[in-house]
Structures are given as structure tokens and as C-alpha cells.
Design a protein around this ligand. Structure first.
Ligand SMILES: *Cc1c(COP(=O)(O)O)cnc(C)c1O
Length: 438
């Protein structure tokens, strides 16, 4: 065995990978380096990346400006505790986040990862009700829609889809929450046209029945990610917001996957703009693309009203504070990433990717194996009738020079925004080829 084989063997014998066994059923590929949209494997293979490392690498790998931001920060300090101390990278990041989100969102909690951001958002909602002059200690549960994904920590898990999530395994540990059917799939052309009445009726019933116990409704707006890669009408959110206000339940949007332009708007909630109004959540979670895939970081934004209530409540503090909160390296690279995004013509670029994906993926609907093809912004999804054979698919894609990681019945892509038209075509051609040869 040569060195890299020995390393891979060690990996398979000792190292856990996401949702996998030791040894894994499919051996992970050994990546040597990455540049722009291309992963270079140790055996010399180059793969065009269709995954952006799970939505995060929006500007491509090894970006000189992001690298420089990080190098500059390393020479100042890599970390200082955030309790009692603060620093320029965190301040600048929060200024930027407040600047690019709706005006009512003006307080920021910096968290270490998406799942933790969801935990923080849930704690924030519960602590809000606890902190009112007339406290409502019973409001500790959450209402959500099925087929959602919000992370892997215990409380985030409780609001993931109850069937494809992990509820069964962890039994009583998983808090009991309330679930509504997910709104039906809806393409952009049919937004605000297709009736959402039945779905919203079902939602209305749940919130009416349980509002005394509900701290918040939590949803991925417009695009449900890892729970099924589903796109639904923003009109649903407009109705949800009305009902939340009516029944005094907070509204949390989890934009950890959708934030920073992925769906064609900077944040997916902006798709709700209609008749001069827009739905803005009480609490917003962002993550994944926040640092352009450089390191783990997330943030939770909320309103002045919620932060004031918590700050003036019995505890006089929001009760969360991780060791690596506001890590300067992560904040510095996040600042640079947001600046890069805003300085680019990202909207035109995402529209370009969207039209290319539609162009190449839509014809696949003709294939009898295919149940649905859907595209929103820089996200392309091919849903099959049957589960994808992951080993066979990833092998095939590797031979075609493409990195995709299907799950369940889905072959999907959300590439870095710097992907070229030719690279999009190469990925889509590989998907087409795979479907033709099975
Ligand atoms: C990925 C994801 C999370 C969890 O984020 P991690 O950083 O993996 O903990 C939560 N919510 C949504 C919508 C996500 O896509």
C-alpha cells in the first residue's frame, strides 16, 4: 500500500463521517486540494463540485481574498473569549448582518454552527415568553412543517421531519413538537396563483389548538433543504405570519441553507414581497454560506422588542455563551465573504445559474425514472421514483469528473456561484448520463 492508501485505510477503520458506519459502506474520496469549483483528489482526479460543500462554498475554493482575510486575522489574534471582550471582526460582521437583513432585525447572537443557531433561536423564543411582565412559562413547544431539516443536536432534531428524521432512535429524549403537512411543491411561475387554502387550513387548526404551548413556529422559508429539497409558495408564509400574530406565537425562519443569495434573493424570506409587504421573522438563523465554507459559524438575528424583553426579564441576560463565540478568524472571513458577495452582481449571476439549470435539467422530466425536476436560484433537483444507488451513482459521477452526493430519491446540486456555464453543463450531462445507463 502506498501512503495515501494507508491513510485512507486508517480513515475507514477509525474515523466517523456524516451519517455513516465504521467502516463505511462507501469509502470517502481523499481530497488533496481544491480551487474555484474543482476538487483535486490524491489520485490526480479532478471533480467539478456540484455540492459547494453542503451549500457553504459560495465563492469557490481557495479564494485569494478570503485566504488573505484569514491570514491577516491570524497575525492579529486567532481567538479571544467573547465574555467581557469584543473585537473588530465580530463588530463588523454584526454591522453587515444587520445592514443586509430587514430593518426590524437589529440584534445579533453569534453561534458556532447551524444546529447551535437553531438551539439558540429556540431558547431565545422560550426565554422571551418567560421574560414578559406577565410570564408565559407554558410556551415552550414549537410548531413546524413536515419534511424540514434543522440540525442534529437534540432539540434541533425534535423539529426535523418526524419520519425521515431521527425521532424513533432517540425516543423520549426528543421533545414533542407539533407538525403540519408541508405545503405542496410549487414552481415560481405559480407562486401567488396556486391555492394554498387546504394547507393553511391545516396549519390554522394546529396553531389554534396548541398556541398556549407554542413558543414559536419555525420553518425553512420557501426552500426546504436536507429534509427533501422542496420549494413551496411564499404565500404560505404570508398566511403563517398573520396566524402567528393572531395567536401570539413567534416566527423563526431557519435560513441556514437558503441565506446569502442561494434562492435568488439575498434571503429567502424576501420572496414574500407582495403588494408592498414582506414577511419578516421575529428570529432569523443564518449559517452555512456565512463564512463561504471556510469554517463553522452561524448567527441568530432578532428584533429590539425580543432582545429588550429578555434583557429586562427576571434573568436580565440571554442564557447562552459558547467558548468559541464570535471567533475572530471565522468573523473575519465572514466579513470578507459578505463584502465579496455584495460587491458582485450576484443577482444576475444566480439568475444565470438558474436558467442554465432549467435548460439542462428540465428535459430530464421525460425520463420515466424521473418523478420531478425542480430549480430555484442556484439549486437544481432531480427527484426519482426510486432511491438512488449512492455507490453506483457517485462512482459514475466520479468517472465523469463530477462530485455529487445524492440522498434518498434525490440527485441535486447547489454549486459554488462562480461555476461556469460549461461546468454546469458537465454536471447536468453527468446526471443525464447516469439516468440513461441505469
Ligand atoms: C445544515 C442546516 C442546519 C444545521 O447546520 P449545521 O451547521 O450542520 O449544524 C440547520 N438548518 C438548516 C436549514 C440546514 O440546512
Amino acid at each position: 500500500m502506498d501512503d495515501s492508501n494507508i491513510q485512507q485505510f486508517f480513515d475507514q477503520q477509525h474515523v466517523w463521517h456524516p451519517y455513516s458506519a465504521i467502516p463505511p459502506t462507501i469509502a470517502p474520496l481523499l481530497v488533496e486540494s481544491a480551487k474555484d469549483c474543482v476538487l483535486l483528489l490524491d489520485d490526480g482526479t479532478e471533480l467539478i463540485d456540484g455540492m459547494a460543500s453542503w451549500w457553504s462554498v459560495i465563492h469557490g475554493y481557495n479564494h485569494p481574498k478570503l485566504n488573505l482575510a484569514l491570514k491577516n486575522q491570524v497575525d492579529k489574534m486567532s481567538h479571544v473569549m467573547f465574555g467581557g471582550l469584543t473585537h473588530q471582526p465580530a463588530i463588523e460582521l454584526c454591522q453587515l448582518l444587520i445592514g443586509i437583513t430587514a430593518s426590524s432585525l437589529d440584534k445579533v447572537f453569534i453561534a458556532d454552527s447551524g444546529s447551535v443557531a437553531v438551539e439558540v433561536a429556540m431558547k431565545m423564543a422560550i426565554q422571551y415568553w418567560h421574560s414578559l411582565d406577565k410570564p408565559q412559562p407554558d410556551k415552550t413547544q414549537f410548531l413546524t412543517i413536515k419534511q424540514g431539516y434543522h440540525g442534529d443536536t437534540i432539540h434541533a432534531m425534535s423539529i426535523c421531519d418526524p419520519d425521515n428524521g431521527m425521532h424513533q432512535i432517540f425516543g423520549n429524549m426528543v421533545a414533542q413538537q407539533y407538525f403540519c403537512e408541508a405545503p405542496s411543491l410549487c414552481t415560481k411561475e405559480n407562486w401567488f396563483k396556486q391555492s394554498i387554502q387546504p394547507e393553511i387550513e391545516a396549519f390554522h387548526q394546529q396553531i389554534q389548538q396548541h398556541h398556549q404551548h407554542l413558543a414559536a413556529v419555525i420553518l425553512e422559508p420557501v426552500c426546504q433543504g436536507a429534509g427533501g429539497m422542496r420549494f413551496y409558495s411564499p404565500e404560505f408564509l404570508i398566511e403563517v405570519e398573520v396566524l402567528c400574530k393572531q395567536y401570539q406565537v413567534l416566527l423563526i425562519f431557519d435560513e441556514i441553507a437558503t441565506g446569502f443569495g442561494r434562492t435568488g434573493q439575498l434571503f429567502a424570506y424576501e420572496h414574500t414581497q407582495h403588494n408592498g409587504k414582506m414577511v419578516v421573522p421575529d428570529i432569523l438563523c443564518v449559517g452555512k454560506a456565512l463564512t463561504a465554507g471556510y469554517m463553522s459559524l452561524a448567527a441568530v438575528l432578532t428584533s429590539n422588542a425580543i432582545s429588550q424583553t429578555i434583557s429586562q426579564g427576571p434573568v436580565k441576560a440571554f442564557m447562552h455563551g459558547p467558548t468559541f463565540m464570535g471567533n475572530p478568524l471565522a468573523c473575519a472571513v465572514a466579513v470578507e465573504s459578505i463584502k465579496l458577495l455584495l460587491a458582485s452582481d450576484w443577482k444576475t449571476n444566480i439568475a444565470r445559474i438558474e436558467s442554465q439549470l432549467l435548460n439542462y435539467l428540465s428535459p430530464l422530466k421525460q425520463n420515466p425514472l424521473v418523478k420531478d425536476v425542480r430549480v430555484l436560484g442556484a439549486i437544481g433537483v432531480v427527484e426519482l421514483h426510486q432511491p438512488v444507488d449512492m455507490q453506483r451513482a457517485t462512482n459514475y459521477f466520479k468517472v465523469q469528473g463530477v462530485w455529487l452526493r445524492p440522498f434518498g430519491k434525490l440527485i441535486y446540486m447547489m454549486p459554488p456561484y462562480c461555476i461556469s456555464d460549461t461546468e454546469i453543463q458537465q454536471i447536468c450531462t453527468a446526471i443525464k448520463g447516469y439516468l440513461q445507463q441505469i
